[in-house]
Design a binder for this molecule. Structure first.
Ligand code: CA2
Length: 146
């Protein structure tokens, strides 16, 4: 059976490609999903790609990953900097989990320098545009299959 990975996207990332392209790039979330699907296919991963603006739905998705996920890639958006609920849910997931950001959060406002997720992440990728997602899939491939 194929190993399933979860890519979980938080608030406002549904707007990808349509607003602030100088910051977040021109790729839409739909196009990003399809790029991720193609990359997962190469590595033999089944992909569950999810976005929500609602914190509880993101936590529900992490719970699904606890049941059947081999790895998690999460861009929790602004909730990265505030959510103990997401931290607690991620902490219960025992497999590899990669925190990602499109922008370099450390080059931005100081409130973006704090992440509740980083202490439980296997690794962090930030500032590489939507390529952060593809690099995280590569990282999971190493962490899961090696
Ligand atoms: O750089 C990232 O990936 C962030 O997680 C994006 C969040 C921000 O709050 C984090 O500090 C860093 C914001 C997501 C907003 O997404 C948009 C996408 C396109 C247009 C407008 C917003």
């Amino acid at each position: 059976m194929q190993k399933k990975i979860y890519i979980i996207n938080g608030p406002n990332l549904n707007l990808l490609g349509s607003r602030e392209p100088e910051k977040y790039g021109k790729t839409s979330l739909k196009d990003l999903e399809s790029l991720c699907f193609d990359r997962c296919k190469i590595h033999g991963f089944e992909l569950n790609f999810f976005q929500s603006n609602i914190e509880g739905l993101l936590i529900d998705e992490i719970h699904k990953a606890i049941n059947d996920g081999a790895g998690i890639i999460i861009n929790a958006g602004a909730l990265t900097h505030t959510s103990i609920g997401i931290l607690d849910a991620l902490n219960m997931f025992k497999g590899p989990k990669i925190e990602i950001h499109i922008t370099n959060v450390y080059a931005r406002e100081s409130f973006r320098h704090k992440s509740y997720i980083s202490p439980v992440a296997s690794g962090i990728i930030a500032g590489l545009g939507v390529n952060s997602y593809l690099l995280a899939i590569e990282a999971l491939q190493n962490l899961i299959n090696d």
